[in-house]
Design a protein around this ligand. Structure first.
Ligand code: BES
Ligand code: MN
Ligand code: ZN
Length: 514
């Protein structure tokens, strides 16, 4: 896929299709109005026919006889009053998915007039949407039925700030590719995406982006005292890998952001085995870890000025002959003992040691992401991830950074009651707290391993993958939390006017919303 800027007059652009935006129930504006005039009003006519309702991603196609572009695809941005730049990713994604399935390989895409003065983030979202919209889910088909054909996308810059559009495209491509990397790692089945394979993928990211990598094997993990992590791995024939990636964007600073991701490459539940129905979806139980690896690859490209460590404890959760049994007691890196009531509550067991390790490395802020609880899907459905924190200011900073990306996070509370629910009669903690507030007792458990470091836990069980496709996105893994991780890193990076603007193309991130 190539995404680039083109300065030509819209009416003169050679392409298989020209994509223009509209707002539902509003007269055409900008490039859409210009093209409509040139074509004698066909788009306005089609829109007034009532064939399209104008929900985000709805579209009409018109053929542009004798024009260098052969078709015009008008795609809805939804309501004019609720426009936000991230919707441009969905607009662009809907266009490449629709046209790509019709074998249109080269397209040109217009920005709405609202992009003026905000070109970089708008172009970034268009580029991100082009890349994420073209994600290929047919990796294992010998003769793919629905591979998308669009390979060449020009973003129209006529009438806009060309430099801003160019830097925005570069950023959007980096983010889109990272999102797709996370999705590819997640969609790959567990027989191929083993902990060893995840470590290899992380090594490739490190190699390509100049990051440091350290992969602890079972023996090294034991030496570190990671009894909780290893208790999950011991039922599996696949060796566990504890993956650590490091990006040093500000060697003069002592600040270190740790991104921690659950890397269960398959969750059978262990001895507390899961029912068969939908168990295949548990190949996605490493989505948090995939998000960490992918976010690190985006940071290697974007080069924000801060230090980040990415930590992914990777293992299967299997009911092998050596598996942990309910009632077994294990010891985490910080010395706390855990009574394993339910071996299916394994995510918190591997994260416990990963959070301790983040502290050992000197993390000054920690964010973890995990497909941790079914209870989260009950609470928030697939509409948002849960966010729980021990530090209100850090959480606010995260929520502010994440909001413009389009990924949704909803603040859920911490009360000491949840910690009380996790006390064991025989050990320091138990790994389940009963049915009430399952997402929050899991968070309270994790809190026992972060010490006083400002920390945010993201439960992405309902958002990491989706059962349904949309106009702009294939079904399956979504790439959550890659966009939020990158946005947080960029918001923590001190602005430095001497630096290449490519890392902060919008210059004023506070103005991301239009
Ligand atoms: N990976 C699951 C959580 C999950 C469930 C993610 C459904 C996505 C969809 C996790 O390891 C798990 O099994 N959690 C248990 C915890 C319980 C035993 C306390 C759960 O939610 O049932
Ligand atoms: Mn489980
Ligand atoms: Zn799990």
């Amino acid at each position: 896929m190539q995404v680039y800027r083109i300065a030509d007059e819209p009416t003169g652009i050679g392409a298989g299709a020209l994509v223009v935006p509209f707002f539902s129930g509003n007269p055409l504006e900008g490039v859409a109005a210009e093209i409509d005039d040139a074509l004698g009003g066909v788009i306005a006519d089609a829109l007034s026919s009532g064939d399209v309702r104008g929900k985000l991603g709805d579209h009409v196609l018109a053929y542009a006889k004798d024009r260098p572009f052969r078709r015009v695809l008008a795609v809805s941005l939804g309501d004019r009053g609720s426009f936000e730049p991230y919707l441009l990713a969905r607009y662009a994604g809907a266009a490449v998915r629709y046209l790509g399935r019709r074998n249109v390989d080269k397209i040109a895409i217009a920005l709405p007039p609202q992009a003026a003065g905000n070109e970089a983030p708008c172009a970034s979202f268009v580029a991100e949407g082009v890349i994420t919209g073209s994600f290929d889910t047919t990796l294992y088909q010998e003769h793919p039925e629905r591979r998308l054909a669009t390979t060449d996308v020009a973003v129209l810059s006529h009438g806009f700030n060309a430099d801003e559009i160019e830097s925005g495209i570069a950023r959007g491509v980096a983010i889109g590719e990272a999102v797709n990397l996370a999705r590819r790692l997640a969609i790959t089945p567990a027989n191929d995406m083993t902990p060893t394979k995840m470590a290899e993928e992380a090594a490739k990211v490190a190699q390509a982006g100049g990051l440091q990598i350290d992969v602890l094997d079972e023996e090294q993990a034991r030496h570190e005292g990671m009894g909780s992590f290893l208790s999950v791995a011991q039922g599996s024939a696949q060796p566990p890998k504890f993956i650590v990636l490091r990006y040093d964007g500000d060697p003069s600073s002592k600040e270190l952001l740790a991104l921690v991701g659950k890397g269960i490459t398959f969750d059978t539940g262990g001895i507390s085995i899961k029912p068969a129905e939908k168990m295949e979806e548990m190949k996605y139980d490493m989505s948090g870890g995939a998000g960490v690896i992918a976010a690190m690859s985006a940071l290697a490209n974007l080069k924000p000025k801060l230090n980040v460590v990415g930590i992914v404890p990777a293992t299967e959760n299997m009911p092998g002959g050596k598996a942990t049994k309910p009632g077994d007691i294990v010891r985490a890196m910080n010395g706390k003992t855990i009574e394993v009531i339910n071996t299916d509550a394994e995510g918190r067991l591997i994260l416990a040691d990963a959070l301790c390790y983040a502290n050992k490395l000197g993390a000054t802020k920690i964010v973890d992401a995990a497909t941790l609880t079914g209870a989260c899907v009950i609470a928030l459905g697939h509409a948002a991830s849960a966010a729980v924190s021990n530090d209100g200011a850090f959480l606010d900073e995260f929520l502010t950074a994440a909001r413009p990306t389009g990924e949704r996070y909803w603040h859920m509370p911490y009360y000491e009651d949840y910690t009380t629910q996790m006390k064991s009669d025989i050990a320091d903690l138990k790994n389940t707290g009963g049915r009430p507030a399952g997402t929050l007792t899991a968070a309270a458990f994790l809190r026992e391993f972060v010490d006083k470091t400002p920390w945010i836990h993201l439960d992405i069980a309902g958002t990491a993958y989706l059962d349904n496709e949309s106009a702009w996105q294939a079904k399956g893994p979504t790439g959550t939390p890659v966009r939020a991780f990158v946005a947080l890193a960029e918001s923590l990076a001190p602005l430095d006017s001497a630096r290449d603007d490519a890392a902060h193309p919008n210059g004023a991130r506070a103005e991301l919303t239009v």
